[in-house]
Structure formats: C-alpha cells, structure tokens
Ligand binder design. Structure first.
Ligand code: VGL
Ligand code: ZN
Length: 179
C-alpha cells in the first residue's frame, strides 16, 4: 500500500497559532492536491494534556480538544483512514507519529500491508523528522514530500538540516508533482 502520512497539520502550527511554522498552512493545498494518488491516508495529531513536561520546552500548544489542536480548516480530512494521537501523556514529547498512544502504528501499518510511506506536514525539524526516521528504521521505503512540509526553525536552518538528516538516513526527497 502506498501510504500518505500527514503530520500535525493543526491550527497551532499554522500562521496565527502559538507554535507556528512559517507558512505552515501552505502545505494544505499541496496535500489536498495529492490525496488521490494514495491507497491509504493516515494523519497524526499532536495531542497534549493541559499540563505536561513538554511545555517546559515549548509554549502550550495543541491541547486536547482545543481549536489549536484541530486540523487546519481547509485540510481535506474526508479521506483520512486513521488518526494517530501522540504526546498524550504528561511526560512524553511524542514527536514521532510512531509514538501514538491510541493505535499502535507499527501494527497498523503491518496489518494494512504498507510498503511505501510518504511523509508530509509540520514541523520538518521535529515531528516530520522523527516520524520519517522511525519509518526508515521500521523498514518502510520512506519519501519526504519537500513542498508539503514546513519547519519551525528555532534556528533559521533547522528545516534544511532536518531534510539533509532524513536524506542521510535513507529517506527519498521528492516533490508533490513527482509522486
Ligand atoms: C511539534 C514541537 C512541539 C511538531 C510538536 O509537530 O513538529 N514540534 N510539538
Ligand atoms: Zn507538541
């Protein structure tokens, strides 16, 4: 199964959100334009409790059931087959979609006979990075859709460094038009 993973396309990571990646919402039309190219669509949500150690490092964001944690309004969610919630505890960062607590992502992907995982979403330098590295580690042919990701860039080149790190780990960088 050719599978699209949409990482954390949530209001708090888009313009106006508390932890906005620059141009985060720009991934939305790109993702919407490619969903029909996939057999399976899965999405992760950063889904934090009100109080968590994670908020010692970051401003409070994506608190469970809040507007900030909702998918961006324009994201076409109709075709999402499964949502994975991560960072749900008081101690875990939950950067990787593979750390989801509601469904075991490894088991899910193996049951669905996933072979190729295409990673999109926010943020290139955190959750996209961790998810893509875990995907390679788990043995999936892993693509990163470079025009469908955006970085938080705590340091200005974090996004570029993350892309290089994913490439070095064995991810294939691809643009949406070449899928
Ligand atoms: C993320 C920082 C903190 C992400 C989540 O989704 O990349 N980044 N929490
Ligand atoms: Zn978070």
């Amino acid at each position: 199964m050719k599978t699209l993973l949409i990482v954390d396309v949530q209001n708090d990571f888009c313009t106006g959100g508390v932890l906005a990646a620059k141009g985060g919402e720009e991934v939305v039309p790109v993702i919407n334009s490619i969903v029909d190219k996939f057999d399976l669509i899965i999405a992760s949500k950063d889904w934090h409790p009100k109080q968590t150690k994670h908020f010692n490092k970051w401003p409070p964001h994506c608190v469970q059931h809040t507007y900030g944690a909702a998918f961006h309004t324009n994201l076409n969610i109709d075709k999402i087959d499964q949502i994975f919630f991560k960072g749900t505890g008081t101690l875990d960062d939950g950067y990787s979609a593979f750390e989801a607590t509601n469904v075991n992502m490894y088991e899910y992907l193996s049951k669905q006979e996933v072979s190729q995982l295409y990673v999109s979403g926010i943020a290139t330098d955190y959750c996209v990075l961790s998810s893509a590295l875990d995907s390679v580690q788990a043995g999936y042919t892993t693509y990163v859709i470079t025009d469908a990701v955006r970085a938080v860039n705590v340091n200005p080149d974090d996004g570029d460094k993350a892309l290089q790190q994913m490439k070095d780990a064995g991810c294939i960088l691809i643009t949406s038009e070449n899928i």
